[in-house]
Design a protein around this ligand. Sequence first.
Ligand code: SF4
Length: 341
Amino acid sequence: MPASGIVRKTFWPEQKPGMVQTFVPVRIMKVAEISDKKTTVRRYNAFGQYMKQLYRAPVYKVNVDAGFTCPNRDGTVATGGCIYCNNDSFRPSACTSTASLREQISKGIPYLRSRYGAEKFIVYFQPYTNTYADVGILDRLYREALDNPGVVGLAIGTRPDCVDEEKIALLETLGRDHFVLVEYGLQSIYDTTLSFINRGHDYACFKHALSITIGRGIHVGAHLILGFPTETREEMLAMADEVSRLPIEFLKIHQLQVVKETALADLYAEKPFAVFGYHEYIEMLADFLERLSPDIVLQRLFAAAPDEILIAPLWNKTRSELLRDLDAFMEQRGSYQGKAR
Ligand code: SF4
C-alpha cells in the first residue's frame, strides 16, 4: 500500500521502472472546420476556437445563478443529491442568486470584455438544474438573458430527467434566432456508477433526453466525470467510444474531485480510494481524446474546485498550466483527438 494509505486499485497501473513513452511521429490534426489559417492547428477541438470560428469574434460565457434548485436534492427524485455535489465547487463567486439575472449579466459582461477581450456572450445557466421549473418561468428567464446586447445565446446545464416536450419546444423556438446549448449531466454511462453516486437516473434516461432534443435546432452536450472508484481505467476509456456514437456535439469531462461537505468526502475519509495523480490524469485524458470522435467539441477537460473546499486530488495547478501540460504531453506522444478510432 502506498505511504498515503490510499488503496490504489489495479485499474490505474503504476508506472513501471524502465517504462518509456513510445514516441509516435506527429501527425497534427488540422481542425479545418473550426480553425482559420492564422490560428491554429489543435490536437483537440476546443470550445473557444469553435465559438470564435462561428461568430468571428471571441465568445465567452457569463455564468449566472437563476435560483433553481435540484430534484435530486429537494426530495422529488431523492434527497442529498449526487454524492460528489457541492455547488460551490463549480459556481464562480461572482455568480449568486441574490443578484437578479439582469444584474449578474450586466456585471459579468464588462468584466469579460476587459479581462479577456470578449466581444460576444453566451449566458450560462450553471448551478443546479436549470430546466427545473414551469415552462412559463423558463421562458421568462431565458428571454431575459437573451435580451442583452452582445448576448448571442444560452448554455443550460440540466439533468436528463428534467426536460419534456414542452421545454424542448421552448428551446427549439429560442434556437431559431440564437445559439442554444443544452448540457446534460450524465457523469457515467454505467448504471452501477450512477447508482453509487446517487444520481437518481440511469443511462437510458439520458438517451431518452437526447432523443427528444436532437433534430430540433438545439445544440446538445454531455458531461462526464473520470475517476469514480466503481470503474476501471478501461471502462472510463470506453465511455469515449460510447459517447462518440451518440448525436452529441459538445462534451465536458473532468477528473473526480472530492470536496468538503459531500457524501463522497465522508466516504473518502472513512476509506480512502484512489484519485487521479496529476500526470496519471494527463495521460488518461490523452488516451480518452484519442478514442473520442474528432467531431465532438470539448468544453472542459479539468475541474478546479476552490482550494478552500477541495480535499483531493491536490494538484496545485492553474488552468493554463493544466492545458499547457496536456498540450505538451499530446505533442510529445503524437496524440490527437480521434487518433485511435
Ligand atoms: S444533479 Fe447536479 S445539482 Fe443536482 S445533486 Fe446532482 S450534481 Fe448536484
